[in-house]
Design a protein around this ligand. Structure first.
Ligand code: ASP
Length: 581
């Protein structure tokens, strides 16, 4: 084999005079006079220019070993944009290790390449600098997390992939059983139940960089398969978990950016919703929701005779937001569930233009401007409805109008705590849990839980000991203090309408285990793909996954998913029904 002495991208003027051998792929070839050609050779560290014999047939993506002497480039050919731009490898001898067909797209520039083609030839896409850097960043993050967790006394335990269903609420991927035809394993949506069993088993501090599978529609921040830092600790509460996770995240961030984030502030779910209209507030920018309800307590404006009125102000947007754009925003607000969207533009001398100005009194308008701090050139948006709907709509509008680009505004970690225990009430009148059913109610609300009986309105006020970690408006992950007491667990199952038979069937093994001495415990899991994407300044987690699926859930590289043959179906006791046209 060739004796590589150096990587392409690492050679500098300090190496001038050395005889080196570099290996890699031909990035570019340019003719140079009568006898010579320049070949840019690429490996994962970068590119180096080599001067070769023109007669050699060296095409794009050929794999070469080039041996030669490092020399300074003539002044007029120095390329300051390239790390190796001041040198070249001269007197080069070339060994062709592999020839290559012309690639279906330019490796070194990613513009205008159809994503399906890129993923079909992902091995070529991986040669690109951006993918190289993203995957190496990902590896750094994994390694920093692992080191961090281990140094805090966490033990890595692998949990099974073929399991019974987990209670994360998404659709399962299932695997048919050959030995028990007609029965199915589920692939884990998370190691939730196993990590809790580890606590009963005395592991004390568990972690795992766990692959999880959820059959949900794919989005920019969601793939079928993803990796979580999954952790659980015994004799610990939410504060302990948040401290341990913050430490791991800080280490991972430091490993990538070189600076350690020190701020992991906490905000209650109620404050997050009230101030930012979101349970994953992007706090890189202000544009907070202002309370306006009291200003309209005696209003004659029908639309504002509502339980909650709030507004946001976009600074200096009056010129940019013409009538068309304002109509589009109103339509969007209606799609999000608003009855309407009121806007007010502040002109010269504080003069206000709005289609509904005539329905509002002077003092109401003055009050709105004052609360929102609105001045000449600003645009105010107001929504009136129930509290949940009002904050939800303004929260979406705030993001639509104000969200900075992914690479801007730094890294703003935020713990959102005290989530409600129930997120809604379903048609059958049962409260819908906001997290999985093992989430401990807030210590101060246990009595309220008992007193609320099955009154949905009061139940919605019960807080839980669940918390999320948010980064720049992305939910990185969530966790909670778990219920380890049978009586509270029973109360929750009763409220959720989960019968004893169902509880036994779904989680019987966990409930059984809890009868044999369960320590108080709490845990968390966060998405590594999302953290890495944000650290890499990527909008889509596909860019930090070596072999992702496309938006439609397929893998154009391997063609998965594919039909299986009849013999395999027979063995599994399966028949595939004809698909409807
Ligand atoms: N199992 C949860 C999830 O994957 C996280 C946790 O509660 O630890 O979302």
């Amino acid at each position: 084999m060739t004796n590589r002495t150096d990587y392409c991208g690492t050679l500098t003027t300090a190496d001038v005079g050395r005889s080196v051998t570099v290996c890699g792929w031909v990035s570019k070839r340019r003719e140079h006079g009568e006898h010579l050609a320049f070949v840019d050779l690429r490996d994962h560290t970068g590119i180096v220019q080599c001067v070769v014999d023109k007669a050699r047939d060296l095409r794009s993506e050929y794999v070469l070993a080039i041996t030669g002497i490092v020399r300074e480039r003539p002044d007029d050919t120095i390329n300051a944009a390239l790390a190796t731009g001041a040198i070249e490898i001269g007197d080069a001898t070339v060994e062709v290790l592999s020839v290559a067909e012309p690639p279906p797209f330019q490796i070194d520039s990613r513009v205008d390449v159809d994503e399906t083609i890129r993923i079909r030839h992902r091995y070529l896409d991986l040669r690109n600098k951006r993918m190289q850097s993203n995957l190496r960043t990902r590896a750094k993050v994994n390694s920093a997390i692992r080191n961090g967790m281990e140094s805090e006394g966490f033990v890595e335990v692998e949990t099974p992939m073929l399991i019974a269903s987990t209670p994360e609420g998404a659709r399962d991927f299932v695997v048919p059983s050959r030995l028990k035809p007609g029965s199915f394993y589920a692939l884990p949506q998370s190691p939730q139940l196993f990590k809790q069993l580890c606590m009963v088993g005395g592991i004390d501090r568990y972690f795992q960089i766990a692959r999880c599978m959820r059959d949900e529609d794919l989005r920019a921040d969601r793939q079928f398969e993803f990796s979580q830092l999954d952790m659980e600790m015994s004799f610990a509460d939410g504060d302990d978990v948040r401290a341990a996770v913050s430490e791991a995240v800080a280490l991972a961030t430091e490993a990538v950016t070189g600076s350690r984030p020190t701020e992991f502030p906490e905000m209650s779910w109620h404050d997050a919703m009230n101030r930012f209209g979101s349970d994953k507030p992007d706090v890189r920018f202000a544009m907070e929701l202002a309370e306006l309800t009291d200003l309209f307590s005696d209003t004659g404006f029908k639309a504002f005779q509502a339980p909650c009125i709030k507004g946001i102000c976009m600074k200096g947007a009056a010129d940019e937001l013409g009538r068309n754009k304002l109509d589009n925003l109103t339509d969007a607000a209606k799609r999000w569930g608003a009855k309407g969207l009121v806007w007010l533009k502040v002109g010269e001398d504080g003069e206000v233009t709005s289609p509904v100005a005539k329905f509002m009194s002077e003092s109401e308008i003055a009050g709105v401007l004052e609360r929102l701090g609105a001045e000449t050139g600003d645009v105010c948006f107001l929504v009136a409805d129930g509290w949940r709907k009002t904050v939800h709509i303004l929260g979406l509008l705030r993001i639509e109008l104000g969200r900075p680009a992914v690479t801007e505004g730094g890294l703003n970690f935020l713990w959102v705590v005290d989530f409600p225990l129930f997120e809604d009430v379903d048609e059958a009148g049962n409260p819908v849990p906001a997290h999985h059913p093992f989430t401990m109610p807030h210590a101060d609300d246990v009595e309220l839980l008992a007193a609320a009986g099955s009154d949905p309105q009061r139940l919605l006020d019960v807080r839980s000991q669940a918390y999320d970690l948010v980064l720049n408006g992305w939910e990185l992950g969530s966790g909670s203090v778990r219920i380890h007491r049978g009586d509270i667990q029973q109360q929750i199952f009763d409220l959720l309408g989960i019968s004893e038979e169902e509880a036994q069937r779904k989680f019987g093994f966990l409930l059984d285990a809890f009868r044999f001495g369960a320590p108080p415990h709490a845990g968390f899991a966060f998405g590594i793909d999302r953290l890495v994407a944000l650290l890499c300044g990527e909008e889509n987690i596909r860019e930090v996954i070596a072999f992702p699926k496309t938006q439609s859930g397929g893998d154009p590289l391997t063609n998965a998913p594919t039909p299986i043959d009849d013999a395999q179906l027979d063995e599994l006791g399966l028949r595939v029904l004809p698909q409807p046209e």
